[in-house]
Design a protein around this ligand. Structure first.
Ligand SMILES: [Zn+2]
Length: 508
């Protein structure tokens, strides 16, 4: 009630707001014949009038988390629009919206009204609003902002909308931050961060590169940025294979290259797997998990990797069935994670027998031994089923894990047609999505993945929008992120660091 007098005043003010452009019926331009960049990810329902804009002077918020939603919006309006930021008015503490991530946004002659049950819904409304706002026309530099006429009702199709990001030694913190901020603007709610020898551990400083850029202070900073933008960061530690913390084909090992004294912790076969029968290995892994979990401010999930491991090659691990050793190991790791307050996530491929006809065309790298785990592992584990293939008629691996009682995420990569069909299948079967980027930090794959992944996760389908139009929308959003990060260096803008690669002089 205390806001009522202000609200009434502002509503009266709304009558004198300036309208720019013609209404649809009187427009000189046929809006059906020109392509304008879409709002990304596509809203569930939207009526946007690009030809008609109003001064952006105030935003009225209805939200059950009213004080935090108002404070958050005020902060970001100032950050995005500076001296021309609209006023933010706390409206009602009921929104009439039941879904936690849903929102509505109405922009017309009386101002902007947004409604959501939660702060998260209000964040999504504002990420949409940012795409509807442009500077006032006709001046040399910005003299205020206008917003397109719009009526939007929106909510995501997938509840779990994650992106897996690798932090390689070549990668700097700003690059990771840029991807996280972009994920937030594309309305994703989880980012898994996998350090590739870059995490600066105190409990095992030898396990990783001494100049790794993923310091605890950077992780803390990124957790804060992500949380404020509505994204939860999830740490990853590979507890089985991939112990080298380097891509296999490059032949590096983040520990053994410079610390051969720790060889007993790894299998003799190139150190790719941890030696799971060595009790010192278990101690190391548990210590690292606890350290990473605390560094990431105790999120609800922890990714334990477990993909692409090999058969053992040491005499101790060869004495018993590997399925027993593995099951004990992963169960112990999982129990520790559950006790800490999180759920483990793991890649699926070792749980399927390679060559089994049921998985033909899908990723299965397991043996009869490792595949037995599917029946013995705790159901707290979320199975991350990675499938980077072309579209399929059916997704038997997703059904298999779901049938065993696991929660499952489908994990596409850069094949966008495959991504579309597997996410559609997942959405029909109560399965979430964890997209992957791997080393594709830049270039065509970057915008292809963000665009298709976010639209599929949020809207549940792709529209026939010209390449140039959606690419413009992507780059506009990427530029917002770069502005927010206050870059000045040429290489940090856009989706390519260089237009002419520095090594090109060798080519001719
Ligand atoms: Zn061993």
């Amino acid at each position: 009630m205390k806001y009522k007098p202000l609200l009434v005043t502002l509503l009266l003010l709304g009558n004198v707001l300036t309208s720019y452009g013609a209404t649809g019926a009187n427009s000189a331009v046929d809006m059906n014949t020109i392509n304008i960049m879409p709002v990304l990810p596509y809203p569930a329902s939207s009526d946007i009038h690009y030809e008609e804009c109003f001064d952006l002077t105030r935003i009225i918020i209805d939200c059950e988390e009213l004080s935090s939603a108002t404070a958050w919006t005020e902060k970001y309006m100032k950050e995005w629009y500076g001296e021309f930021a609209p006023s933010v008015v706390a409206g009602k503490s009921v929104s009439g919206i039941s879904d936690a991530e849903a929102y509505s946004l109405l922009s017309d002659g009386s101002g902007v009204s947004v409604k959501a049950r939660t702060l998260q819904g209000i964040r999504y409304a504002m990420f949409t609003l940012r795409q509807l706002v442009i500077p006032k026309r006709g001046t040399k530099t910005i003299a205020g902002y206008i917003i397109r006429k719009a009526d939007i009702e929106d909510r995501p199709v997938s509840d779990f909308r994650g992106l897996h990001i690798c932090w390689f030694p070549e990668v700097q913190a700003w690059e990771v931050e840029r991807l996280i901020r972009l994920a937030a603007f594309f309305k994703m709610n989880y980012v898994v961060l996998e350090p590739w020898g870059t995490f600066r551990s105190d409990v095992a400083p030898w396990y990783g590169y001494p100049d790794g850029t993923m310091t605890k202070s950077e992780v803390k900073r990124l957790c804060g940025i992500a949380k404020d933008l509505g994204v939860t960061l999830i740490p990853q530690l590979n507890v089985f294979g991939h112990a080298a913390l380097a891509r296999e084909r490059v032949g590096k090992h983040a520990a053994l290259d410079t610390h051969p004294e720790y060889q007993p912790l790894f299998e003799p076969d190139n150190g790719w797997n941890f030696c799971l029968t060595n009790p010192e290995t278990r101690t190391l892994i548990m210590d690292l998990i606890k350290e990473l979990y605390d560094a990431f401010e105790r999120p609800p999930f922890f990714h334990i990797g477990c993909d692409e491991a090999y058969d053992p090659s040491c005499p101790d691990c060869l004495k018993r069935p590997y399925s027993e050793i593995l099951s004990e190991h992963i169960t112990a790791v999982s129990e520790t994670i559950v006790k800490m307050g999180a759920r483990p996530m793991m890649w699926h491929d070792k749980l399927l027998v390679k060559g089994d006809q049921r998985w033909k065309g899908f990723t299965a790298t397991g043996s009869q031994e490792t595949a037995k785990l599917a029946n013995t592992l705790p159901k707290d584990i979320v199975i991350c089923d990675w499938c980077y293939k072309t579209p399929k008629e059916d997704y038997p691996t997703l059904k298999y894990f779901k049938g065993l009682g696991f929660d499952v995420l489908t994990c596409p990569f850069k094949d966008v047609k495959g991504m579309e069909t597997q996410i559609k299948f997942s959405q029909k079967n109560g399965i979430g999505v964890l997209g992957t980027l791997w080393h594709h930090y830049f270039g065509d794959d970057l915008f292809n993945i963000y665009y298709h992944l976010s639209c599929m996760m949020w809207y549940g389908d792709m529209k026939d929008i010209p390449y140039r139009s959606w690419l413009s929308a992507f780059y506009t959003m990427l530029r917002y992120v770069c502005w927010d990060m206050k870059f000045t260096d040429y290489t940090r803008f856009g989706s390519f660091k260089y237009q002419v690669p520095p090594e090109n002089f060798l080519n001719n």
